[in-house]
Write a protein that binds this ligand. Sequence first.
Ligand code: SF4
Length: 323
Amino acid sequence: MSVLKVHVSYKCSAQCDHCHLQAGKYESPAINLEMAKNTILKLKEKNNLELVILLGGEPGLFPVLTHKIAEFAAGLGCQTRIETNASWANNKEAAVKFLKPMVKIGCEIMLSVDAFHAKFIKIENNAIAIRALDELEGRYVMEIPYLVSENSANSLDMQTNKLIVELEERLGRVPFAKNIYKGAVYFKGRAASKLAGLVQKGRGVPKEKCAVVPWWLNGAQNTFDLLSIDPFGNVTKECGIAIGNVYKNEIENIISNYDPGTHPIISVLIEKGPIGLAAEACAMGYVLKEDYADKCHLCQELREVLRVKYPEILTPENLYGNL
Ligand code: SF4
């Protein structure tokens, strides 16, 4: 399935430690509507785009823009999904107002329940959102990320399980959703700096390749099955690795010019994995550690160093550093 992830903004109503980006409570521009529509249209024509996912930061901070992009994509025959933290669901009226236009076009709503979001978003917001979705007969799925796994004794993971029980009690049903995706955190973006240290001890240096991203079913690095666009025009394979910028080149040219075998970062990830980037980063002063939380942690740290050499590829800037 051909998928485009549209980052409506990197601005968020939360600033979670597990964020695979570095989205947060800071000012960051929203995506330009016409640019987003043009990218979706061209990818529909050239790449048979099938699914458009709107995410952030928090797309609910930009409801009109989010609705317009989703409606446009649905009008072209694409499936749509919004990934949201439910911060807009402070009461039933607000939840219905945000959800109604999305439900009308058949958009799937993905909500998160976990200890990371709980610092910023009340569990009741999820309950309000789900009750509203039930009433509107909307489709929704739940994403539940764990630091280690749902069975671990880690305090964050145990808190996540408690939140699930609490949500089930508030809604009066078990399980509280038809489709629940449980999975481990990948230690890229903010998660690398905030959480990797909690679990990396004893895990060693990852040697796996990254020909297919581990967090997405059809995320092969050498296809256009998974692409993303952000407010700065970056077209990426996610992970802050760009293959072009629509403000500098037409999306159709970006696609036809993309050669994974010569891309300075992606070619290495496919052939050798993140460890293949180590020699270049070490020549620039990086010192390899004994342990990493996972291959994304290693990848993130090496890309942080290599960014000065590949600023147009290792982008956007706010996916790096320590926000
Ligand atoms: S190893 Fe790097 S490119 Fe592969 S999924 Fe992890 S962060 Fe992304």
